[in-house]
Design a protein around this ligand. Structure first.
Ligand code: FAD
Ligand code: EPU
Length: 342
C-alpha cells in the first residue's frame, strides 16, 4: 500500500480546473511514477472506481462532487530521443506543461510546435482531443505515445493510426475514454521546416511587426499575441477555451444557410464539407456577452463560456443547453460540446 500513501479523501479541485469550479474529489492521488498505477490496479476496490485522469484541468467541466478517483498527472521530464535525416524525435512526460514544452523545443532549435503556443494544459492531455490552433493539430507532428492500460495493466505504445485522431477528437475520447493513462508523448519535428501561415491573423501580425521571413519563434510570438488579445486568461476569468466545436456541414446545407444568412462564416474542408464558425452562430443567436446565472458568454469571443464567479458545473451546463437550443432554433445546426464533463 506504500505506493499509494499519498492517496487523500475529499480534496478540493477548485485550483486544479481553469473554470474555477469549486469541486471536491472523493479520492485524489498525485501520479509521480508508473508503479502507483500498477498498485492501484492491484487493489480491487480502487480498480473498480470511476476515474478522472487530471492534467491541467483546462478542458473540464466538473460537478460539485466528483465521485471518482482523481489521478493528477505529475510525471515530468523531456528529451531528444532520436533523430534521422528528416526529423528530431522529442519526448515529454504527461505532466509537463504544454506551453513550456513548446517554448523549450523552440529554444533547442527544433521547430514544428510553434502554432500550438500558449494552449493551456499538459503534454499528456494534448492527444486526447488532438489539440489544434492556427492551422496545426498535434496529429501533424505526432510520432507515438506510451500509455498504461487500466484493463490489462500493461504499458502500450500507440502510433498515430491507433490514436484515431480527428478534429478535436481521438480514440481516447471514444472507445478508450478513462481507460488509458497517457504516460508520455513523442513528436517528430521536421528538420526541413516551413512556417504555417494560413491564418490571416498571423500574416497580419507579422506584417505589422515588419517580419518578412519569420522563424519559428516569430510565429510563436505572433500566436501568443493573437491569443492573448482574443481569449480570456483563466487566471483572471474562469473558462475552458472554446466550449463548442465548430460544426461541419455539407455544401448543400451551407448553401441553404447562406441564402438566409449571407454573412455566415464558413471554411471549405478537404472533404468538400464546410466548417461553420460556431462563434458567429452564437453571436447571431444573441448570446455574446450575455449571462445565465453565474455562467456567461465571453464578450470578445462568443465560443468561450466563462465563470462569472461561483459558477457550478450545472450552471455551465444550463447555459450551454440554452445556447445549443437557440442556435438550433435559428439555424437548425447542432453544436457539439468540446470539454469533458465529470
Ligand atoms: P484536462 O483538462 O486535465 O483533461 C482533459 C481530458 O483529458 C480529460 O478527459 C482527462 O481525463 C484527459 N486526460 C488528461 N491527461 C491525461 C493523461 N495523461 N492520460 C489520459 N487522459 C488524460 N484546445 C485546443 O485544442 N486548441 C486551443 O487553441 C485551445 N485553447 C484554449 C484556450 C484556453 C484559454 C483554455 C482554458 C483552453 C484551451 N484549449 C484549447 C483546451 C485545452 O487547453 C486542451 O484541451 C488541453 O489539451 C487540455 O489539457 P489539460 O492538461 O488541461 O487536460
Ligand atoms: N466569430 C464571430 N463572433 C465571435 C467569435 C468568432 O463572428 O464572437 C467568427 C469570426 O468570423 C472569426 C471566426 O468566427 O473570424 C473564427 O474565430 P476564431 O479565429 O477566434 O476561431 P474559432 O473558430 O472561434 C478555433 C478553435 C480554437 C483555436 C482557434 C485558432 C475550435 C472549437 N476552436 O476557434 O481552439 O484556438 O480556432 O485556430 O475549433 C479550443 O479548442 O479550446 C480553442 C480555443
Amino acid at each position: 500500500m506504500s505506493k499509494l500513501n499519498t492517496l487523500s479523501h475529499d480534496v478540493s479541485l477548485q485550483k486544479l480546473n481553469t473554470f474555477g469550479i469549486a469541486a471536491q474529489a472523493k479520492l485524489f492521488l498525485p501520479i509521480i511514477d508508473l508503479a502507483q498505477l500498477s498498485a492501484l490496479r492491484d487493489d480491487v476496490s480502487l480498480r473498480q472506481m470511476p476515474r478522472l485522469i487530471l492534467g491541467g484541468g483546462s478542458n473540464l467541466v466538473l460537478s460539485d462532487r466528483v465521485d471518482a478517483l482523481v489521478l493528477h498527472m505529475c510525471l515530468h521530464g523531456r528529451q531528444l530521443t532520436a533523430e534521422d535525416d528528416d526529423f528530431y524525435y522529442v519526448t515529454a512526460a504527461a505532466g509537463e506543461n504544454w506551453h513550456a514544452f513548446v517554448q523549450w523545443t523552440l529554444s533547442q532549435g527544433w521547430p514544428g510546435l510553434e502554432n500550438l503556443s500558449l494552449i493551456p494544459g499538459t503534454v499528456g492531455a494534448a492527444p486526447i482531443q488532438n489539440i489544434g490552433a492556427y492551422g496545426v493539430e498535434i496529429q501533424d507532428v505526432f510520432h507515438e505515445l506510451q500509455a498504461f492500460d487500466f484493463e490489462t495493466g500493461e504499458v502500450v505504445v500507440m502510433n498515430k493510426k491507433a490514436c484515431a485522431f480527428a478534429y478535436r477528437d481521438s480514440i481516447f475520447k471514444q472507445q478508450l475514454r478513462d481507460r488509458m493513462v497517457i504516460l508520455n508523448v513523442s513528436f517528430a519535428l521536421p528538420k526541413c521546416w516551413m512556417p504555417k501561415l494560413a491564418y490571416a491573423d498571423v500574416d497580419k501580425w507579422l506584417l505589422q511587426a515588419n517580419i518578412e521571413k519569420p522563424d519559428a519563434s516569430d510565429v510563436s510570438r505572433a500566436i501568443i499575441a493573437i491569443r492573448q488579445a482574443k481569449l480570456p486568461d483563466p487566471q483572471v476569468i474562469g473558462n475552458a477555451g472554446s466550449f463548442f466545436k465548430n460544426p461541419v456541414v455539407s455544401a448543400t446545407i451551407r448553401h441553404a444557410l447562406l441564402g438566409n444568412h449571407p454573412t455566415l462564416v464558413s471554411y471549405l474542408q478537404p472533404s468538400g464539407d464546410y466548417k461553420l464558425a460556431a462563434g458567429w452562430l452564437i453571436e447571431q443567436a444573441g448570446w455574446k456577452g450575455r449571462n445565465l446565472g453565474a455562467a456567461g458568454v465571453y464578450e470578445k469571443q462568443a465560443l468561450v463560456l466563462v465563470n462569472r464567479g461561483h459558477a457550478t458545473g450545472a450552471d455551465v451546463r444550463a447555459l450551454a443547453d440554452q445556447i445549443r437550443a437557440d442556435v438550433f432554433k435559428q439555424f437548425a445546426v447542432e453544436l457539439d460540446i468540446e470539454p469533458n464533463f465529470y
